[in-house]
Design a binder for this molecule. Structure first.
Ligand code: COA
Length: 317
């Protein structure tokens, strides 16, 4: 027994910021961003928080599952950009949808949604949770230094959510962490303690782009191979691959190294940029809504990012 996905949902804020808009703020161009990253535009919050996005995505996932908030036994949300450490994003969702169940957040940066999914799957496999809501939600625009062209062109805001229940559709999974702050670091608020003599860091995304790129391309290929093998499948048995949308070049590289047609990869980075823990959930929701998925098809989800971390799983639809 494992799980099946009963419903999916996604939400992005209304405001669209294009590459041309950004080129008026920093020294960049649509051509550079499209060539080096593959992003054309991103949705950016004007007044909504990561908790608000999570609530809207959760409501859509519940509607697509045909159940109500009171049917949910567990809520796990992945986020690195909540407005509050307490309450959690999951707790805010719990209240908004009228659920009466434990709710907590997990943080594994861009791999967070797959860490949250694997956590919820484990609870379902223990038998005491029948229906769980898993969410990835980010207002990354709050963590971006908007004067740094190396990062502000990459990221976007949004959320995605799954409703899962017991089933036989989670064939394999893996989670990976290689801790350290050398490659990616997002400091949190350091406080103002008169007794603290440690370094005070600005709470913005720091990323060594090239090291992140190297990590991403090596892990995405190795992880997809591993979960496929662990599921007892060949790469040719995989119908769709839903990866973290960090850079179109990473996805193209993976397709080439795995000798898989790029058409099998869900790609939406052009519209949303990198939405961290929301990205795989948003892309998966788009795949579901496209109507292309057929019963019995195999889908790999794969994510990587800060931590450093990576995660992957195989879903049978
Ligand atoms: N517009 C124009 N030029 C830019 C730019 C921008 N937005 N950002 C950087 N540049 C410049 C740099 O200043 C540098 O100029 P120089 O050669 O004169 O010094 C040049 O472009 C190359 O910079 P570099 O950092 O080497 O570019 P890159 O090809 O590595 O692309 C990333 C940068 C961030 C897009 C790329 O490294 C990447 O996608 N990394 C992975 C990110 C990721 O996966 N994140 C997920 C986890 S959060």
């Amino acid at each position: 027994m494992s799980i099946k996905i009963l419903g999916t949902g996604a939400y992005v804020p209304e405001k669209i910021v294009t590459n041309d808009d950004l080129s008026k703020m920093v020294d960049t161009s649509d051509e550079w961003i499209m060539q080096r990253v593959g992003v054309k535009e991103r949705h950016i919050s004007v007044n909504e928080t990561a908790a608000d996005f999570a609530i809207y995505a959760a409501e859509k996932a519940l509607a697509s599952a045909g159940i109500s908030g009171s049917d949910i036994d567990l809520i796990v949300a992945a986020t690195i950009s909540s407005e509050t450490l307490c309450p959690t994003v999951a707790g805010m969702v719990q209240k908004a949808i009228g659920a009466n169940c434990p709710a907590f957040d997990v943080n594994s940066a861009c791999s967070g949604f797959l860490f949250a999914l694997d956590t919820a799957v484990s609870y379902i496999m223990r038998g005491n949770v029948k229906k769980a809501l898993v969410i990835g939600s980010e207002r990354l625009s709050k963590l971006v230094d908007w004067s740094d062209r190396g990062t502000c062109v990459i990221f976007g805001d949004g959320a995605g959510a799954f409703v899962i229940e017991p089933g036989d559709g989670y064939l394999s999974s893996m989670l990976y962490t290689s801790g350290g702050n050398e490659v990616i670091e997002i400091p949190s608020f350091s406080g103002s303690s008169p007794f603290y003599e440690g370094e005070i860091k600005h709470p913005y995304i720091f990323m060594d782009g090239q090291e992140t790129f190297k990590f991403a391309v090596s892990k995405i290929v190795a992880d997809i191979k591993k979960v496929t093998q662990d599921a007892g499948l060949e790469l040719s048995d995989i119908d769709y691959i839903v990866t973290h949308q960090a850079n179109i070049r990473i996805i193209e590289y993976a397709a080439k190294r795995l000798k898989m047609p790029i058409e099998k990869f869900v790609v939406n980075i052009e519209k949303y940029g990198n939405t961290s823990s929301a990205s795989v959930a948003i892309a998966f929701d788009e795949l579901v809504k496209s109507g292309k998925l057929k019963k019995g098809e195999n889908i790999v989800m794969s994510a990587f990012g800060g931590g450093l971390s990576s995660a992957a799983c195989v879903i049978k639809w």
